[in-house]
Structures are given as C-alpha cells and as structure tokens.
Write a protein that binds this ligand. Structure first.
Ligand code: AMP
Length: 190
C-alpha cells in the first residue's frame, strides 16, 4: 500500500491535488474536513458536534476525529492505499494513524507538504469563500485563525515525519499542473 499524508495549511491546494493523485495512483482519498462537512449536511450526530468547532475554525476533538478516520479506513481495506488530507493535525493523531495502519500491516509512506506563503493563502481562501458557501472561508479572522492553528499545533508534524525520513516539502505556488508534476516526481521515488 502507498499511504500518503498530504499536508499543508488551509488553502494550500490539498483537495485539488488529491483529486489528481487519487486517479494517477489509484488511491482512496480521505479528507477529514470533507467527511465532517458531509455529516453536517446530513445533520448526523457527528455533524452537529463537528459544526460547533468548525464554524470557529477550531479543531474537532481528537478522539471524535480518530474514530471517524478509523471507520473510513475500515471501509476501504482492499485499496492500493490512501491519501490522508487534513489528518493528522497533531502528534496524537499521527500516533493514532501509525497504530491504525500497523494493525493493517502497512504504514505511512510519506508526508508531502505543500508550502505556500500566508498572504497567498488568505487571498485564496477568501476567494474560495465567495463560492464555496463555507462559513470558515468567508471571514478573514476565522481564516487567519485556521492558519495560525496550523502553524501552532500542526507544524510540529514536520519534525515528526522528518525524524522518520518521511517528510517531503513541495513548492505549492504556481499553476495546478506544475504543482501536480512536482508531487508526482516525489511520489515516484517512494
Ligand atoms: P479542512 O477542510 O481540512 O480545512 O478542515 C476544516 C475543519 O474541519 C477544520 O478547521 C477542523 O475544524 C475540522 N477538521 C478537519 N480535519 C480535522 C482533524 N484531523 N482534526 C480535527 N479537526 C479537523
């Protein structure tokens, strides 16, 4: 199995690139944000809980998120591997992912991070907010809070995966096609 953690601040283009990588490498794409949004739309218990955190740009509690991810992986065990998008977001989640994948006799192959300057991110997110209908994209304070949380809590994952020689940084500024080429170059070496 090829298991990729696609990493990067909100607005870095993870969702866009995951759609291409999923096709090229025949992987299952799990975006924890998308799964939460699906649950919110369908007004499930999980959705109602997640919404109260997401609307403020805060993280949904770890155990709730980990249980949800375990269930999503469990549905796709016959796949070639996974693209984890938006997960893990802290070391506790990273440890949980390791345990989960080990239980299926596999592991994270690489964390690939899209690197994009903050001001570019804010502009991209606010622009996306004009059409996405996402409350957490519409407000600059919330957008900046999500980026701050990313750097404050989740950038520690860079050292987590670097220590395992699994961290790959990719320049996330440029055309969608150029960035896809850069990502493919990394993945083809794994
Ligand atoms: P995203 O679509 O990845 O930008 O995520 C949108 C929101 O969903 C985040 O701001 C969090 O509230 C929630 N979320 C997504 N993934 C996670 C995660 N791994 N842990 C906790 N909360 C998450």
């Amino acid at each position: 199995m090829k298991n990729l953690v696609l990493f990067g601040p909100p607005g870095a283009g993870k969702g866009t690139q995951a759609a291409f990588l999923k096709e090229t490498y025949n992987l299952v794409h799990i975006s924890t944000g998308d799964v939460f949004r699906y649950n919110i739309k369908n007004e499930t218990k999980l959705g109602v809980l997640a919404k109260s955190f997401m609307d403020k740009g805060e993280l949904v509690p770890d155990q709730v998120t980990i249980d949800m991810l375990n269930a999503e992986v469990g549905k796709n065990l016959d796949s070639n591997g996974f693209i984890f998008d938006g997960f893990p977001r802290n070391t506790l989640q990273a440890d949980a992912l390791e345990v989960l994948l080990q239980s299926h006799e596999t592991e994270v192959s690489a964390m690939i991070a899209l690197e994009v300057d903050d001001n570019v991110l804010v502009q991209r997110l606010l622009k996306r907010g004009e059409t996405s209908g996402r409350p957490d994209d519409a407000n600059e304070v919330v957008v900046r809070n999500r980026i701050k949380i990313y750097y404050g809590e989740t950038a520690v994952l860079k050292s987590y995966y670097s220590d395992k020689n699994k961290y790959y940084g990719v320049d996330g500024v440029g055309s969608v096609e150029d960035i896809t080429v850069r990502l493919n170059a990394v993945i083809n070496t794994l």
